[in-house]
Design a protein. Structure first.
Length: 545
């Protein structure tokens, strides 16, 4: 096997494959709710319906990797799973370009299933190629480089989305996501010879839970109960999709509770510690994933997106601007809270006058009648978080390295606790933004969103990679796959909760209270884990050598 000096020859292929896969994945996330709410070329949904669908989608996207990882480990192999997953996702992305609700939901299902095969297995394959003695010392650095690929893809995709939907339409942006995914698959297949040796099946050991038992005790009950939740008359938790998801999670939650109950004395304490961390991490994902719902709504309607004169020409040349004429003849009607006004048949109404964007522009900043205003595309704000990940990751690594040299580096559980607390303070940026713009009566500066994303990114870097590290370090060896599934389950539940919270957006007359609720949720989660720190650190020191 050919290799570079410090890293295996597989790294650039896996890096580029993941970069283009994440390009498509995050392109969809950036425009998802915008498309659902578009009353002209999208589906004209209100904020609540769009948030519910978004939350359900990203919940299932992070639930399927558990079964996809197990199938790859024991039956299908990593390379085959990755290729199948990539093809399914690419077809799903392109399917979204078809303006038909049935095709739309089938396409989302393909993406969820495909991501289950792709996401966990390309990361596992990367780890396997670094298990060779020549590269073991550089495994952490290899994962850092790989993680940069994720965020480069997430950063650049929104620029493509903006240019394509401005010039052609939503369908072109969805197709671009599919093209990116297929490009990733092609790159992955081209480098197959460099990781063929690392694609080794892991048959179940006698002490492992057989796949048949996992299917019959976990996934079949989850499927049956979830379908039942969908068809229950009325809505228990607000919508059919929420009912279905919560009911589907119950057998899986019971499985992990039973796993703890039946664990040996040696395994019980680390399993209990991991489940406790999973539970509090749910609140992080519930707030973090509102970037695609509540924060997108804030960027769309409450943020000043007018391009400064100095940036107008370069932005226009890249097709990153939307031209809006002040005092158009007819526009879709919105109320002062930017909720669609509908007629008796439920269809969006038209009104004469100003485009909704101008409803909360300060009077002294209103343009001359008939003039054209150039606005930055809303989805471009989704590139702020990956930009900060790229920029801040080296600083966070240097920070912990410096503390380690002084013998003051916090434990992994403590890093997670600080991640939750830092993330909580990001919501204060949005509370301040609400007050500065008089509860949305005037446009807010885009710097408030930049600041909020910057702070929560620091929290993300303290929490997300540390959670994965904690699972790998603390899990009993025979339960690592199952406990990694627990981490994904917590992420999935948090993602769904983010959608549920976002459905409440329109119900808050004072938007500051909405963000304060997020602060309280994260603050409670941080407080709980800080209270558990002594117990968690004791277990961590005992079981992690």
């Amino acid at each position: 096997m050919s290799a570079t000096k410090k890293h295996p020859a597989a790294l650039p292929f896996l890096f580029l494959a993941e970069m283009w896969e994440r390009f498509g994945f995050y392109l969809i996330l950036g425009i998802f709710t915008l498309y659902l709410k578009d009353p002209v070329n999208g589906w004209g949904m209100d904020n609540s319906a769009a948030a519910d669908i978004f939350g359900t989608y990203i919940a299932f996207v992070y639930l399927t990797p558990f079964i996809g990882g197990l199938l790859a480990d024991r039956i299908m192999g990593y390379r085959r799973s990755i290729v199948i997953g990539g093809i399914l996702m690419g077809l799903g992305y392109i399917g979204l370009a078809v303006h038909n609700l049935t095709v739309f939901y089938l396409s989302l299902a393909l993406i969820c299933i495909g991501n289950g095969f792709f996401k966990p297995n390309i990361s596992t394959l990367l780890g396997n190629v670094y298990n060779d003695d020549a590269y073991k010392a550089n495994k952490d650095l290899g994962y850092n480089i790989f993680y940069m690929g994720i965020n480069i893809g997430a950063f650049i995709c929104n620029f493509f989305a903006a240019a394509l939907r401005n010039n052609i339409g939503w369908g072109a942006a969805f197709i671009a996501a599919g093209v990116g995914m297929f490009l990733g698959v092609i790159i992955f297949v081209a480098g197959s010879k460099h990781y063929k040796h690392a694609d080794v099946l892991k048959p179940a050991k006698p002490e492992d839970m057989p796949m048949s038992a996992i299917m019959m005790q976990v996934f079949v009950p989850a499927l049956v109960v979830g379908i039942g939740g969908w068809f229950i008359p009325g809505n228990i938790f607000g919508s059919d999709s929420t009912d279905a998801f919560i009911f589907a999670c119950l057998p899986i939650i019971y499985f992990f509770a039973n796993l703890l109950r039946k664990a040996s004395l040696e395994d019980k304490r680390p399993v209990a510690a991991l489940l406790a961390v999973f539970a509090v991490s749910i609140m992080f994902w519930a707030v973090f994933k509102q970037n695609g719902t509540a924060l997108t709504t804030w960027a769309q309607y409450y943020t000043d997106r007018e391009i400064p004169a100095a940036l107008e020409k370069p932005a226009q040349s890249l097709s990153l601007v939307q031209d809006i004429v002040y005092k158009q003849d007819s526009v879709v009607a919105y109320d002062k809270e930017f909720r669609l006004v509908r007629d008796a048949e439920g269809k969006p109404m038209k009104e004469w006058g100003t485009d909704p964007y101008f409803k909360n522009v300060a009077p002294e900043k209103l343009p001359a009648e008939g003039s054209t205003v150039r606005l930055l595309n809303t989805e471009l704000f989704q590139s702020i978080n990956p930009f900060f990940v790229i920029a801040l990751t080296p600083l966070v690594i240097l920070f912990f390295t410096a503390l380690r040299k002084r013998g003051r580096e916090p434990s992994t559980p403590k890093k997670i606790a600080w991640g939750l607390l830092i993330s909580a303070f990001s919501t204060f940026m949005m509370v301040a933004a609400v007050y500065v713009c008089s509860n949305g009566a005037i446009k807010a500066s885009p710097w408030w969103l930049v600041g909020a994303y910057g702070v929560i990114t620091v929290g993300e870097l303290f929490l997300s990679p540390m959670g994965l590290s904690l699972v790998s370090k603390l899990s009993p060896p025979r339960l690592t796959s199952l406990m990694m599934g627990g981490w994904f389950l917590a992420t999935s539940i948090g993602n769904k909760l983010s959608g549920i919270l976002a459905t409440l957006w329109d119900g808050y007359d004072n938007k500051a209270n909405y963000f304060l609720v997020n602060f309280v949720l994260l603050g409670i989660a941080a407080g709980i884990i800080f209270l558990m720190l002594r117990w968690l650190n004791t277990i961590f020191k005992e079981y992690v050598k």
